[in-house]
Ligand binder design. Structure first.
Ligand code: SF4
Length: 429
């Protein structure tokens, strides 16, 4: 079954109209120099405004001096679910993962080209006001968050809590303290804990300690699918401290310490890798005993890649489907076939079985650490973190009806007589 279309759509950001993001076009801008006085959170530290409870970003007030472990940031979806912010999300009543982010006036000291939190933004936006995976991240005292969740315990809407460590000299020690603040109030058996690690500053002993303190799953955000893309987007290419080698060391430590199905790697699709490269990486992680968590590249506003095209949906859907088959259906990458551009041309299963997996829709949901519904349904649903609602990449809900029709069209796998009409999935709105 050939799923490859010959042409993509021409847009300003994708002038060649390619149906995949090639390595030639996916080149980050060069980071600008930050004036000395604005480096390391200079503006926030000079103003030294004391924090008072919840801080909502971009609220036209001076950003207070908030620091982990007392403060953390949480996703807009988590803040809505906790009742700390008003708001609605299309087709989602809540998020199932409480994503927390360590916070410092100096912010993350890395400079990853696709990330809204990167250091090069110091001059134009204080750390706590930066967008990350398309949304704002309010800052809240950690004890307040844990107290609210502890009231509901196992009945909480959250199926998982995740601490994102970011890159900061204090982030190892502060992650332990944030974790302790949580486990003092919330039983990890009621709400399992994931760690989104920062390998650059970590040791194997840190990985062991995080497991011993009650963490369930440990993940490493490789993000790039090849060492070259890693270096170009989050290493020397953008004056960032990360190295592919160190990330793999910590991933292998996680395999040894957390064990099968309890570790994973984040991979962003559409940063210049081929589908062949991405899916061989997925297979490697499965062969190690772990899972991969996929993100669709989106040009995050203010990042060094905000001028580049989002991943074309046909490329993204092929990789989503193939990754799901490798992770959960026992299909191996060597059963699949690829064309001369490295695109999946056959998924390696008979057509009816492939169609059954597509129709089940789970392959197209957000991927990540599991919650309480099923092993292959991620608690971490990150509503609209890698796309706008109008062109959903990772579905934070079960895609059905016209949403599935649209997915089948993107995969070039429409059923006989079926035609997706643009916008029909939103007709009831
Ligand atoms: S280390 Fe993580 S948070 Fe920091 S810039 Fe890179 S991707 Fe963003």
């Amino acid at each position: 079954m050939s799923c490859v279309k010959s042409e993509g759509i021409q847009t300003d950001k994708n002038p060649q109209g390619m149906d995949f993001n090639s390595s030639e076009i996916m080149t980050p801008r060069t980071p600008a120099m930050t004036p000395k006085e604005l480096r390391n959170g200079g503006r926030v530290k000079t103003n030294a405004v004391a924090p008072k409870g919840v801080y909502l970003p971009n609220n036209n007030i001076q950003t207070p001096q908030m620091t982990s472990p007392e403060y953390v940031q949480l996703s807009t979806a988590a803040a809505i679910t906790l009742g700390l912010m008003p708001g609605d999300m299309y087709n989602c009543s809540c998020t199932r993962c409480l994503n927390l982010l360590l916070t410092y006036p100096e912010g993350c000291r890395a400079n990853c080209a696709y990330c809204g939190l990167a250091r090069h933004r110091e001059a134009d936006r204080d750390y706590a006001d930066r967008n990350f995976i398309r949304v704002d991240w309010p800052a809240v005292p950690m004890a307040q968050i844990a107290d609210i969740v502890a009231k509901d315990g196992a009945d909480s809407p959250f199926h998982r809590m995740c601490i994102s460590m970011i890159t900061h000299p204090r982030s190892d020690a502060d992650t332990f303290t944030v974790l302790k603040t949580w486990t003092d109030r919330v039983d990890p058996d009621d709400i399992p804990i994931s760690i989104l690690s920062n390998p650059t500053t970590m040791t194997r002993d840190d990985v062991t300690k995080l497991r011993d303190m009650g963490s369930d799953i440990f993940t490493v955000s490789l993000d790039a699918a090849t060492p070259e893309i890693f270096d170009k987007t989050r290493g020397k290419g953008v004056q960032s401290p990360h190295s592919w080698k160190k990330y793999w060391e910590i991933l292998e430590d996680a395999r040894d310490i957390f064990g099968p199905k309890k570790f994973g790697a984040h991979i962003i699709i559409g940063m210049g890798e081929t589908e062949y490269e991405a899916l061989h990486l997925v297979q490697k992680i499965v062969d190690m005993g772990g899972h991969s968590h996929m993100f669709c590249f989106f040009p995050e506003k203010g990042s060094l890649m905000d001028h580049l095209p989002a991943t074309p949906r046909d490329q993204w859907r092929r990789v989503q489907l193939a990754r799901y088959m490798i992770d959960y259906c026992g299909v191996r990458v060597d059963q699949m076939t690829f064309d001369e551009e490295g695109r999946v041309s056959d998924f390696g299963l008979p057509k009816p079985e492939t169609e059954m997996i597509v129709d089940a829709g789970i392959a197209f949901r957000t991927s990540g650490c599991p919650g309480k519904f099923a092993e292959d349904i991620s608690a971490c649903d990150r509503p609209y973190g890698d796309s706008p609602v109008s062109d959903i990449a990772s579905y934070p809900f079960q895609p059905e009806g016209a949403h599935l029709k649209k997915i089948r069209q993107q995969l070039n796998m429409e059923k006989p007589g079926e035609t997706y009409v643009k916008g029909e999935e939103f007709e009831d709105l």
